[in-house]
Design a protein around this ligand. Sequence first.
Ligand SMILES: NC(=O)c1ccc[n+]([C@@H]2O[C@H](COP(=O)([O-])OP(=O)(O)OC[C@H]3O[C@@H](n4cnc5c(N)ncnc54)[C@H](O)[C@@H]3O)[C@@H](O)[C@H]2O)c1
Length: 99
Amino acid sequence: MAPPPSSSASTERETMTTRRSVLVTGGAGFIGSHTVLQLLREGFHVSIIDNLDNSVPEALDRVRALAGPALAQNLRFFLGDLRSKEDLEKVFSSKRYDA
Ligand SMILES: NC(=O)c1ccc[n+]([C@@H]2O[C@H](COP(=O)([O-])OP(=O)(O)OC[C@H]3O[C@@H](n4cnc5c(N)ncnc54)[C@H](O)[C@@H]3O)[C@@H](O)[C@H]2O)c1
């Protein structure tokens, strides 16, 4: 017998989120940090590139604390500038992103 639709949808959602990786540019900023926390809570692996021009590392400490130790492990931070080819190569050479 086929599983009920809700179970199938739940499995599909779990597969999508546990395997998907998102790169958030400016993720230490106001909008970015809130977005990152929500993505972590939804089960995504999150990488951030931010040059901290208009943010502080403590913002990410706060995100990690709010996410909790287990989900905080799914967060990677790259200190870098989006305008730098070298910085972008570091971000994209170490991981594949879905979004
Ligand atoms: N209510 C509040 O407490 C509050 C606080 C801050 C901002 N805001 C509002 O939020 C809006 C802005 O939020 P936001 O998240 O768009 O901006 P933001 O400045 O908070 O975030 C942008 C992030 O991008 C980073 N960044 C900028 N240029 C970069 C580059 N070249 N390479 C890598 N990183 C770079 C910055 O360091 C910053 O962390 C504004 O409307 C502002 O008024 C509200």
